[in-house]
Design a protein around this ligand. Structure first.
Ligand code: ATP
Ligand code: MG
Length: 137
């Protein structure tokens, strides 16, 4: 079993897409092991995206990610990282495959509704960033 971090980003929450995303997660047989609604501070968003600190979009991305509430979740399943990323679709919604969350709902390369960890090491860092052992079932 593998775990991954999923985030419903501020655009997804403000547009009323929490239920839509969770339905897709459950239909795809990923188990939700932890979940909460939070609003990050700028510092917390910068810490979360520290791997991207040299990227030109870092400032804008971290502003966006703390602009409103987000839903953070730990998902578990067999190789959970890949199926969740497959469900999300490509970073740029214009390149995302049909039936993916980003293809169906994203409006912008930055405001792309959801986040997913990209490797086991980042998943361990990212799930630990938001949840301690007592907050996971
Ligand atoms: P995420 O990490 O959110 O799951 P990802 O792995 O598909 O998405 P990354 O390359 O890790 O994409 O970029 C992290 C996030 O930064 C993207 O989801 C998007 O919100 C934003 N982003 C990525 N590339 C750009 C860009 N060229 N311009 C603006 N924002 C971008
Ligand atoms: Mg990423």
């Amino acid at each position: 079993m593998e775990q991954t971090l999923a985030i419903i980003k501020p655009d997804g929450v403000s547009r009323g897409l929490i239920g839509e995303v969770i339905i897709r997660i459950e239909r795809n047989k990923l188990k939700i092991k932890a979940m909460k609604l939070i609003q990050m501070s700028k510092t917390q968003a910068q810490g979360f995206y520290a791997v991207h600190r040299e990227r030109p979009f870092f400032q804008s991305l971290t502003d966006f990610m703390c602009s409103g509430p987000v839903v953070v979740m730990v998902l578990e399943g067999e190789n959970a990282i890949k199926p969740w990323r497959d469900m999300m679709g490509a970073t740029n919604y214009k390149d995302a495959a049909e039936g993916t969350i980003r293809r169906d709902f994203a409006t912008d390369i930055e405001k792309n509704v959801v986040h997913g960890s990209d490797a086991p090491e980042t998943a361990a860092f990212e799930t630990g960033y938001f949840f301690n052992a007592l907050e996971r079932v």
